[in-house]
Design a protein around this ligand. Sequence first.
Ligand SMILES: *[C@@H]1O[C@H](CO)[C@@H](O)[C@H](O)[C@H]1NC(C)=O
Ligand SMILES: *[C@@H]1O[C@H](CO)[C@@H](O)[C@H](O)[C@H]1NC(C)=O
Ligand SMILES: *[C@@H]1O[C@H](CO)[C@@H](O)[C@H](O)[C@H]1NC(C)=O
Length: 815
Amino acid sequence: MGNTCYATEWQVICIYFFLAVLHVSLGDFRYSVPEETKNRYIIGSLTHDFNLDFKLLRARRARVDYQGSRRYCDIHLDTGDFIVLERMDREKLCGQTSPCLIHFEFILESPLELHNIALEIQDINDNAPSFPKDVIKLEISETAPKGSRFQIAGARDPDVGVNSVKTYILRPNKHFGLDIHTSNERGKYGEIVLKSTLDREKEREHSLLLTAVDGGDPPRSGTVIINIVVLDSNDNAPVFLNALYKVSILENSLPGTFVAKVSATDKDEGANGEINYDFNHVSESTKQLFDIDSKSGEIKVIGKIDFEESASYEIEIQAEDGGGQAGHCRVLVQITDVNDNIPAIIVKSISNPIPENLPPGTEIAIINVMDQDSGENSKVTCTMSPNLPFKLQTSIRNYFTLVTEAGLDREEYSEYNVTVTATDGGSPSLSSSKILHLIIADINDNPPTFDQQSYSAYVTENNVPGSSISSVTARDPDWKQNGTVTYALLPSEVNGISVASIFSINRDSGVIHAVRSFDYEQLRSFKVHVVAKDNGSPQLSSNVTVSVFITDQNDNSPQILYPAQSGNSFMTEMVPKAAQAGSLVSKVIAVDADSGQNAWLSYQIVKSTDPGLFTIGVHSGEIRTQRDVSQSDIMKQNLIVLVKDNGQRSHSSTCTVNFVISDDYSDYTSEMKDHAARSENMSNTTAYLVIALAVVTFLFLVFITLILVVKVCRRGKPGLLFDGAVAIPSAHFPPNYAEVEGSGTLRHSYIYDTFLTTGSRTSDFKFVSSYDSTMPRDSTLKKEQKVSNEAGKTIGQEEDMSCEKSAEMQSDRSS
Ligand SMILES: *[C@@H]1O[C@H](CO)[C@@H](O)[C@H](O)[C@H]1NC(C)=O
Ligand SMILES: *[C@@H]1O[C@H](CO)[C@@H](O)[C@H](O)[C@H]1NC(C)=O
Ligand SMILES: *[C@@H]1O[C@H](CO)[C@@H](O)[C@H](O)[C@H]1NC(C)=O
């Protein structure tokens, strides 16, 4: 190429220079040489081409000049050849300019001769195409659509023409194809075309080999490796390893207890693959129990797990990646029951207090036991304290009934503390207990019982009316009024008299009082029946017999039955003159209404006409001669015999026994008449005394009655006569106890033998027949005695007369 002139000043110079060049370069010559030729390579013959004689070359100092530091070519002075001095690289000298011409000046001196030589350096395919980099990194999103194109920087080949890049070849692969373009600016380049979509998750990188081939012969090539990195897009949702996790934990697991670890994977990468775990659609209450670590997926307990609240929890867990895609799984947490609930005892119903007469098997209480645990932990057994008259029966599930097992007796145990214990089947088992305080209510089931089977009371006769004679006590263990005892006499009669008029009993204390005075001689013993009643309803009672024994007092003087001592009746015994010593001449017969010692009589002679003649048996009363009766003895003899009982304050009676010592009966009769005359006066005197006594007694009774009437009227309550412990019946006296002939009826509470003269001359004495009824039959004499006191008869055949027994005696006396 020639010089290029631009500015106007330079234009003149350029034109000049151009003309000058034009002048000297008439004989321009053009050579060509392939590049990269060896040294001394002959390009052409200058001498030949310029018609020179090569012998003159030296002389003319021929040379080839190259503008530049280098020479590249020169003239061989010996041959005149245009030779290569050093290796020439077309690509270096001309680059991509084609044709590549470098210009030399062929200078000859003397004369100066200047020729221009243009040397075309011909390209040889000495360069292979090359890519800017050996490895191209290309990032393609996995979501890139089919047909997407990616330009690849073209390869360069310094060679020109056919030796430059002719085409590209892509090593076959399934995702990419190649499209080759040619542009003026960029020459040939390739584009990678996506043939099928990429999936990072399948293949994250692809390596392509692109070869650029030039058109030389042989062709040269250069390659580049295209590394394609598939860029992730969040096209994958996290996926859990399991859709359902089943775990079980113990209830009461402490906060922090590991429950489960869920794990999800996301094939995406980076943020798209970063998973955060969280609960999804979980109730607030569950959220308070469990927590999930958002990074690790570890589920832990944070609250109080109570099996009884919920036996299982279903937790839905969501795993979300950074791109918002989410996967789900469920965790089923089953709670294993722990025996943490004490069984509860609930008394559903109870009858309390319970009557003591409940038959065995009666239901008393219904007990419900509950355990909130489950399974074995909730199987509750119920027991109760042993040795009680109750038992627990299982009824329906978890219901127990407390029933009576044995009979109850309030009097033995009035209350029970029944401890009911409920134990569950857990291990260790839990238990609770409850005390049922059962009170036994009273039933009037105990009659009053007397302290003794029977009572005996001893009363001395002539007691003061109103004095207490005995007391009975009955006890009733029942409660309150069921055990309150009152006493009463059972109505009965003693000798036709109601006991109520003889005794009274204190209703509350059981003390028995005698209402009247007793006479042993009339009534020795009897029985009263006392009933003790409680106040219950129905009322129970029991009765006891109180045997009242009246003890004797020495209140009766011995009564001399024979010989009769009445005024007008006198008796005389005849003693034969021939009576020898020791013969029984008479017998004093006396009785004493008392008994025992008090009726044990002894006889003694206190006075006698002839003290030596008669003697009396101390106990028999038999009068015997002490010696033989002699003719000298006085005919009329009498003895005063003292009959004495053996009581403490002994009573005595005397009698006179008259004897006539004679063998002649007429003596005896005259003696009798004497006696009769004397007793006439005596009889009259007795009658007067009896009348006087009757009058006094009658007045006394009227007086007593008046006093009582006045008292009763003041109180205003007529019934109160029986009020209090002792009541003396005012107008109730036993019916006729003693009759006194000829002097009306004498009522008197004393009952004893009346032995009175009747006023008749012929009847000396009489036994009152009322003895008959007052004396118990069995206590009379075993044999009836008949005392015959007929004149001229000796009494002496009697059986021994018991001192203790009173005899019913009847004596007919005929004078
Ligand atoms: C029952 O328990 C009560 C109160 O704990 C006590 O006062 C009572 O004496 C007990 N009764 C028996 C029979 O143990
Ligand atoms: C007495 O017994 C009766 C039944 O026999 C009973 O109904 C009553 O409650 C008892 N009284 C008391 C005070 O316990
Ligand atoms: C007295 O008691 C007996 C048995 O102890 C009984 O047979 C009798 O009927 C009772 N008498 C009365 C009047 O209660």
